[in-house]
Design a protein around this ligand. Structure first.
Ligand SMILES: C[S@@+](CC[C@H](N)C(=O)[O-])C[C@H]1O[C@@H](n2cnc3c(N)ncnc32)[C@H](O)[C@@H]1O
Length: 261
């Protein structure tokens, strides 16, 4: 069986840099795509208005949280944030960050040349309000309770059966609460068997199925789409190679059946 890439030191390092690295550590090129930096922050702040939150009562869930940066952003505004990821290595790094406020790692520069760096917790984060646990977004425990916000950042096209995760969302998001889904819709057989792709294929009769429409159908009637926007992101692989991605962010409101027209 192939190793889960998200358990490797290489990806733990890449994601610590992606989530916590300074612009200079990630992209020391003035002519690089600077607007693609800080994705784990923008996945929250570009999608919802945070001032209206109650830091006394509101709860947030970050599914597929990786090494935790978006969870720490949410901790500034929500009384409790739960971060869940399938990768033990990612959750371990996120827990060390919550506990020590710093995580050492190596950034690959070229071949096996690397630089030791330390990922640091932003000063505004509230680690006392965050918990991280390893778990499967397709088989979540039933004791999680309900949340005022659920974030799925670049998770759905990494799941073997994304529909199983989507099916739990009506129970997880409180009526009136919000759901953020971001995704580049990178459907790959190695992560998601084709019969479980939400979009990116032709239906019988040659009709193209695109993910945002499939999501709208799948989340209906419990969620209504509120907005869509482009969210660029940049993952540094080494000093001269990056993944530049244009994810789509979609914001959904959980509605009660009576509100549905
Ligand atoms: C592309 S990364 C996105 C991580 C993070 N949300 C971000 O935006 O940087 C996909 C994440 O989903 C996690 N993941 C994959 N399968 C999962 C599953 N079944 N349940 C929970 N998390 C999963 C991976 O470990 C990884 O952290």
């Amino acid at each position: 069986m192939t190793e889960n890439p998200y358990e490797t030191d290489k990806l733990v390092g890449e994601y610590l840099l992606f989530h916590y690295g300074s612009p200079q550590e990630i992209l020391p090129y003035a002519d690089g795509p600077q607007n693609a930096l800080h994705f784990p922050v923008r996945a929250v702040t570009d999608m919802i208005s945070l001032e209206e939150r109650s830091a006394e009562t509101d709860r947030a869930l970050d599914l597929g949280c990786a090494v935790g940066r978006s969870s720490f952003v949410l901790s500034e505004y929500f009384s409790e944030t739960v971060g869940i990821d399938y990768s033990h290595a990612f959750i371990h790094a996120a827990q060390i960050m919550a506990q020590d406020h710093a995580v050492p790692y190596r950034r690959i520069d070229e071949g096996i040349l690397s630089t030791p760096l330390t990922a640091r917790l932003p000063q505004t984060a509230r680690p006392d309000r965050v918990s991280f646990r390893q778990g499967d977004a397709m088989d979540l425990p039933f004791d999680l309770g309900v949340f005022d916000l659920v974030l799925l950042a670049n998770l759905i096209c990494r799941l073997p059966q994304p529909d199983r995760c989507l099916a739990r969302l009506p129970d997880l998001v409180a009526v009136g609460g919000e759901l953020i889904i971001t995704s580049p819709y990178t459907w790959l057989d190695e992560f998601t068997p084709r019969e479980h792709w939400l979009g990116g294929y032709h239906a019988p009769g040659d009709q193209p199925i695109v993910t945002i429409e499939a999501l709208t159908e799948s989340l209906s009637p419990h969620f209504q789409i509120v907005k869509r926007r482009n969210l660029p992101l940049l993952i540094r692989e080494h000093a001269r190679k990056y993944q530049w991605t244009m994810a789509e962010g979609s914001l959904w409101k959980r509605v009660a059946p009576a509100e549905i027209d």
